[in-house]
Design a protein around this ligand. Sequence first.
Ligand code: ACO
Length: 527
Amino acid sequence: MTVSLSVADLMHKPAVVVSDGVTLAAATKVLDEANVGAAAVLDSAEHLVGMVSERDLLRSVGHGIDPATAPVADVMTRDPVTLSIDDPVAKAMEIFRERRFRHLPVLDGDRVAGILSIRHVVRVAHIEDVQPAGSAPSGLAPRGLEGVAVAETSVGDVRGEQGFFHYRGYNATELARRCSFEQVWHLLVEGDLPDERQLSDFTARAVAARRLPEGIADLLRGIAVLPNYTALSALRSAVSITAAALGSQPTLDLTAGQVRTDCLRIASLVPVLLMRLHRHHRGLPPVEPDPELGYAAAYLQMLTGERPSDRAARALEQYLILTMDHGFNSSTFTSRVITSTGSDIGSALTGAIGALAGPLHGGAPSRALAMLDAIGTPDRAEAYLRTEIQAGQRLMGFGHRVYKTDDPRSTLLRDVATELGGPQVEFARHVEATALRVLEELKPGRRLYTNVEFYAGVVMNSVGVPRDMFTPTFACSRTVGWTAAIAEQAANNRLIRPSALYVGPPAPRELPEGYGAALAASHVTTR
Ligand code: ACO
């Protein structure tokens, strides 16, 4: 039915337009008054230069952009895909499906004649004909919940456009530059930076909590020799068993204080579990954590059996602080969903590690190092990087979904790596500079910068963390963020239970005539 219509039949006309110089606040007013989800953005010659949608506005507010001063040109989609007034609806459907847009400007010559919304098309078609992947029919949140705020949090936030993220309002990179792991841990879980007395009490509790519960040591030995061992899945299993052995109770039955106490105990144990697994797997005896050492130094001491240098411990500590939390990421959301059922902290952390394990989330800092290995020497960098990009490959450690400017974590980790020094760091800096130049040339306008993974691998490698322990190390620091999220969810809980839009065969369906009768009879007798 839809294929016989043209877009002119369905589009909103005349098009709602704004000029590229107006502020976000003014554009919002225009959308509001016209009751539409998007407007075409025109330059002073009234030519189309972009599209701005409610989603862009929402995202910009989420990124801390001031709507009263920022111009629409900063957030709009530039040079949008357009339709022509005579195009069939089928063509629009194809674009909606392939490109995941929700609004398309319709041109009559070089003038904007109207705007076609996915809703205009869905209204006249069967849903399976027109629902584009990634776009949401009305009532359905966008795929991947992109741009949708699903909770309130005071733990922290990420402002991608500004290259800024914070923990409870404090710039996270400044915290990493100036504070200890324990200070920031206290900030995230207890809600504020500790004074001296609070810090020494908190640290003493964290150190005391490193003791394994009864029976766990033997189980760890067993897990470490299972076939197909990987450090992260072993850690996931160990966290689950350990939390159970600690008597992890449903958060629904605990006070806020009890939840935070349980969070501290399990977060203190996570690196202990990981290092035991690691050493058993390599046939080495486990190393007890030195109670004199803080989190980061003890981490390296349990790994190698030796007290690390202050420089190495501090470099790792800065990496760990930088990766404790990062907005409402998938594993943090997972931990909150599980907590929202009233379940225990062990379950929430086990689920969060499971979410982190996915390649789309936990990343693989080792991939950036693998790229450095593949390049080998500085003189090969340029040719290697060009060939990769020209072959459609991604350079590992560059680009980010949220950061369209320097990733603040990479900026600090570059400094940390530089301070550690050494030939690998020099080489990495050369490769980074070459990659940024080549990306700018071959992928202009994509805003591709160094991401956290590039120097994370270099820093961990420099302080002696083996490659297969990169993501598990990330899991240890992120446990702090997860526990902060768990405590926040438990303190103000509502079951997270969304719904889905059913798109299967029309219901109710009739079972085929006679189906199941014979089975039901034999089932009773044979069981
Ligand atoms: N190298 C070369 N080109 C790139 C890179 C890269 N690293 N990243 C993006 N691009 C290009 C894409 O090819 C695309 O080009 P095109 O317009 O010619 O098609 C354009 O930039 C936009 O790419 P998207 O896929 O839209 O970017 P997206 O935001 O989806 O991707 C991601 C972000 C996945 C991080 C991507 O930049 C990437 O794959 N980077 C390499 C892997 C990496 O470093 N991952 C770790 C990320 S940090 C973390 O997760 C903790």
